[in-house]
Design a protein around this ligand. Structure first.
Ligand code: FAD
Length: 395
């Protein structure tokens, strides 16, 4: 069977990593996935074990406590986890791509020394608060503000955020939030809000992590609205240059989409594996349902989707690793991966018949979980906009 471990572009170390995370996913995560889903809480004990495996440090250099691997390795780990539990996979994907990466890329030495050791070891989680009620796809419409208190030098942040992954776990240490810090004149001569990013430690007075949402899926993943009411942070908590917040989060999102695409590929792969196993076992009209050409062709199509999705994220991730432009490739990967996961979740549930409608079966969880893969880190329509722009079309 075609699998990620057979890819000729992977190193021996990457293949080994993928196998190790698969084994961890099968032996530790999968048996408890249904329980986590019904309890609707992030199992910190699993995050700790992922930390011990070094997963949160994969793409970071050894001198900041990382594993000295690369973005392909992170994606392989995310894919292997998502086969059995998308929530656990997104905790890693968002924790690294949105939580740690902006601090690693744009942080001062002092910020890195303060936050990275616990984050790359998985002892703590970081979140990234960009989305607001009126600023989702149009993130530039941010309304949260940060003003400088000239008397103390502190930044005072007011506003709110929506849907922030990893923001309210018992081990969340810091949340990066974007806020308007003034105005700037764009190349078009028009005035635009100037966005900057700030590190807000958990527990800062004025920061309220509101109760979790009642989500359709990703029940184990931690997601909250945030309210920021006169939140004061020291001048040293500005992340990156003032006014570079927009450019910096676009970079974080471009990269994050590759790992998100790997997550979607893992979900599509998980659906394929479950449905294939069931099609060989389940007997109807006196023979295994996999013997029906319709079901065999459905499974063949599911395999084709997984393989296409994997090649897409792998291409984007390799371009990232080799310092080549990857923005459009990341969007293609996110688009193809999300559609593959949704289609495979639907087909796998159908192959399971009535049992595909029971939450205790992984295919049912994938069916609920996969919808967000067409929305999170930029909707399908936003990916199409980016790809159309790459084709030279105004979108
Ligand atoms: C579980 C979960 C976790 C999340 N985690 C985070 C997180 O950690 N941090 C964070 O900042 N955000 C997070 N998000 C937010 C997510 O990124 C946004 O929901 C997403 O970007 C879409 O924004 P929106 O929901 O406001 O939709 P909107 O922007 O309101 O879009 C609504 C619909 O209109 C479409 N649309 C909008 N404009 C156009 C156009 N010009 N042409 C065609 N169609 C268009 C969109 O594609 C979509 O289908 C999370 C969301 C969820 C549900």
């Amino acid at each position: 069977m075609i699998s990620e471990t057979q890819s000729t572009v992977l190193s021996d170390g990457q293949r080994k990593l993928s196998a190790v995370v698969r084994e961890f996913a099968d032996q530790v995560v999968a048996p408890a996935a249904y329980r986590y889903d019904t309890e609707r809480r992030l199992p910190v004990e699993i995050i700790e074990q992922m930390g011990e495996l070094g997963l949160f440090g994969l793409p970071f250099p050894v001198d900041v406590g990382g594993q000295g691997k690369d973005y392909v390795s992170l994606c392989l780990a995310v894919e292997a986890l998502a086969r059995v539990d998308q929530s656990i996979a997104v905790t890693l994907e968002a924790g690294v791509g949105l939580g740690i990466m902006p601090i690693f890329r744009h942080g001062t030495d002092e910020q890195k020394q303060r936050w990275l050791p616990d984050l790359v070891s998985g002892r703590a989680l970081a979140a990234f608060g960009l989305t607001e009620a009126g600023a989702g796809s149009d993130a530039g419409a941010t309304r949260t503000t940060a003003r400088r208190d000239e008397a103390t030098g502190e930044w005072v942040i007011d506003g709110s955020k929506q849907f922030i992954t990893n923001s309210g776990t018992p081990i969340t240490s810091v949340i990066t939030v974007t806020a308007v810090t003034g105005t700037r004149t764009g190349a078009d001569g028009a005035t635009h809000p100037e966005l900057s990013s700030f590190l807000v430690p958990s527990g800062t007075p004025g920061l309220t992590v509101e109760p979790s949402y009642d989500k359709v899926g990703w029940h184990t993943s931690d997601t909250h609205p945030l309210t920021l009411d006169g939140v004061r942070v020291p001048a040293g908590n500005l992340l990156g240059e003032q006014g570079r917040g927009y450019a910096n989060f676009l970079r974080a999102l471009d990269e994050g989409r590759i790992a998100f695409a790997a997550l979607a590929t893992g979900a599509a792969q998980g659906c394929l594996e479950e449905a294939l196993r069931y099609a060989k076992e389940r007997e109807v009209f006196g023979h295994a349902i996999g013997g029906n050409q319709h079901i065999a062709f459905t499974l063949a199509r599911m395999q084709a989707r997984v393989h296409s999705a994997r090649l897409c994220w792998l291409d984007a991730a390799l371009k990232q690793v080799h310092g080549k432009p990857f923005k459009a490739e990341a969007s293609v990967a996110k688009l193809v991966g999300g559609e593959a996961a949704m289609a495979n979740a639907r087909d796998a549930s159908q192959i399971f018949g009535g049992y595909g409608f029971l939450n205790e079966n992984a295919v049912a969880r994938h069916y609920r979980d996969s919808k967000i893969l067409e929305v999170g880190e930029g909707t399908t329509e936003v990916q199409l906009m980016i790809i159309a722009r790459d084709l030279g079309l105004a979108s």
